[in-house]
Design a binder for this molecule. Structure first.
Ligand SMILES: NC(=O)c1ccc[n+]([C@@H]2O[C@H](COP(=O)([O-])OP(=O)(O)OC[C@H]3O[C@@H](n4cnc5c(N)ncnc54)[C@H](OP(=O)(O)O)[C@@H]3O)[C@@H](O)[C@H]2O)c1
Length: 236
């Protein structure tokens, strides 16, 4: 069976990716910051022998290298960069630290490290696992908030981090094509998770099923694109 590595797998969309790939019989490497506290992920771990859970804070690049050394020689068909942070919420939490006049530059750097640099670091660290696999795919969960042509102001840290992630993924698609690697970037829609909040109109299940279908159908011709979960293409 193919194998997938999912970051931020303890809750939300990452947990749903793990659940669906486990149901389909894939070998799943699920990573999260605190495996001991990941009760939903541990319940899946108890049910599916093909699931392995590893600790990983994606902002810790030494830890990424350590995990890559641990998994050396193990093919990874799909590297799924899902972990992400929104940062301070102006609406809801009334926290202005990523709005004009109130920017917190340490927060901005932290969000860029998690959302933009970590997916690049993951690709660099796990490239040997990917190129020795059958499918050779790298996917990232971005957001339509990273679309420059759709920008409506505010939320600078999150939006710039996802716009830059889109650029990382597009360039990885170009650079790695000669090694047979395909990339895909996704907006999952607005989903009921801790980040999406309870007012979100969509559940995780159909969004993740849609994203998995697009990943499964990727070809060298469709590599490097920015998709909506339902198969439409997003504007950059
Ligand atoms: N939900 C939506 O409406 C929506 C819309 C567009 C895009 N997205 C994107 O979808 C992805 C998943 O989000 P979600 O909705 O599932 O949000 P979520 O419920 O808030 O989950 C975020 C996940 O990322 C993990 N994470 C954050 N910082 C991390 C770090 N430094 N190292 C490792 N893991 C870290 C969290 O782990 P902890 O539990 O340890 O914090 C958690 O597992 C994100 O990239 C997000 O930007 C979501």
């Amino acid at each position: 069976m193919p194998s997938v590595l999912v970051t931020g797998a303890n809750r939300g969309l990452g947990l749903e990716f793990v659940r669906q790939y486990c149901v389909d019989g894939w070998n799943v490497i699920a990573t999260c910051r605190d495996p001991a506290g990941a009760s939903d992920l541990n319940a899946l771990d108890a049910k599916y022998p093909s699931l392995n859970v590893h600790a990983l804070d994606v902002a810790d690049f030494t830890a990424i290298d350590r995990l890559a050394a641990e998994l050396k020689g193990r093919p990874i068909d799909v590297l799924l960069n899902n972990a992400g942070a929104f940062g301070p919420k102006p609406a809801g939490d009334n926290d202005p630290r990523q709005t004009f006049g109130h920017m917190d530059y340490d927060v901005w750097a932290e969000i860029l490290r998690i959302n933009t640099m970590a997916p690049m670091k993951m690709a660099e660290a796990f490239i040997d696992n990917i190129v020795t696999s059958t499918q050779k795919k790298i996917a990232a969960i971005s957001s339509i908030e990273g679309s420059i042509s759709r920008a409506k102001g505010s939320i600078y840290a999150y939006k710039t981090s996802k716009a830059a992630l889109n650029m990382v993924m597009r360039n990885l698609g170009m650079d790695l094509a000669k090694r047979g690697v395909m990339t895909a970037t996704f907006c999952p829609g607005w989903i009921k998770t801790r980040m999406g909040g309870p007012s979100a109109p969509l559940e995780a299940e159909p969004s993740i099923a849609g994203i998995r279908r697009i990943i499964a159908d990727l070809t060298p011709q469709t590599s490097g694109q920015f998709w909506l979960w339902n198969g439409e293409l997003n504007p950059y």
